[in-house]
Ligand binder design. Structure first.
Ligand SMILES: NC(=O)c1ccc[n+]([C@@H]2O[C@H](COP(=O)([O-])OP(=O)(O)OC[C@H]3O[C@@H](n4cnc5c(N)ncnc54)[C@H](OP(=O)(O)O)[C@@H]3O)[C@@H](O)[C@H]2O)c1
Length: 187
């Protein structure tokens, strides 16, 4: 996800207006649209929390489009939410079972879109192989955090750092441990 320097992915009310910043970092790379397109092609499916889905629906209603193309998109929810397209499927229940038994046999690259609750659950349950954290050059003071509370430390391996002309810094961390193995949650 993309976060403010103080670690928020959205304002308390869910707004992400601050994602458009106006900084310039002379030494940074330019985000190549061709690269982004090629990268998006490597993603086989998306998984997101219901609040992130509701933001995506709001964006679509405002004419900003649907960011997930025709890729299967799984929304975690215990509620009855509107299903606006065939590629969207709702899921409730144990996340580790869903990812390991349902998604992994079919999809190679599973992109967890967010938000904070889902990204934390992924890490807590040992489901994440990588964390992609983009820092924007802004402080917003309060909001929804990238991560919620964890029960224990998770040491990461910094695998890649890129800085862009927009002032955004993209961090890619690998989560050490056996790929695809789920940790048992503490009692
Ligand atoms: N800056 C970025 O890059 C970025 C990226 C993604 C999202 N966001 C923002 O983050 C905000 C949302 O984050 P958030 O942490 O508040 O919420 P979230 O993680 O998007 O959604 C949390 C909700 O998903 C459902 N859920 C989560 N785990 C579940 C499970 N295992 N089974 C069933 N349902 C499950 C629950 O809702 P139910 O009540 O429906 O069951 C839960 O309240 C939005 O404002 C969004 O725009 C920002």
């Amino acid at each position: 996800m993309a976060a403010s320097l103080d670690g928020f992915i959205a304002r308390r009310d869910g707004r992400v207006d601050w994602l458009e910043t106006s900084d310039e970092f002379a030494g940074g790379d330019t985000l190549d649209p061709g690269f982004v397109e090629a990268f998006l092609k490597t993603i086989d499916c998306y998984v997101m929390g219901s609040r992130t889905y509701e933001t995506a629906l709001r964006f679509e209603a405002q004419g900003l489009g649907w960011s997930y193309g025709t890729k299967p998109t799984f929304v975690l929810t215990s509620r009855d939410l509107p299903r606006m397209r065939d590629t969207v499927e709702f899921h409730s229940g144990d996340l580790a079972h869903f990812v390991n038994e349902r998604l992994r046999p079919t999809f190679c690259t599973i992109w967890f879109v967010g938000g904070g609750m889902v990204s934390t659950e992924c890490l807590r349950r040992g489901l994440a192989d990588e964390v992609r954290y983009s820092i924007l050059p802004i402080l917003i003071g309060d909001g929804i955090s990238f991560f919620e509370k964890l029960d224990c430390d998770i040491a990461l391996h910094l695998a890649e750092v890129k800085a862009y002309k927009t002032g955004m810094v993209e961090l890619r961390y690998e989560v050490p441990g056996r790929r695809g193995e789920s940790r048992t949650p503490p009692d």
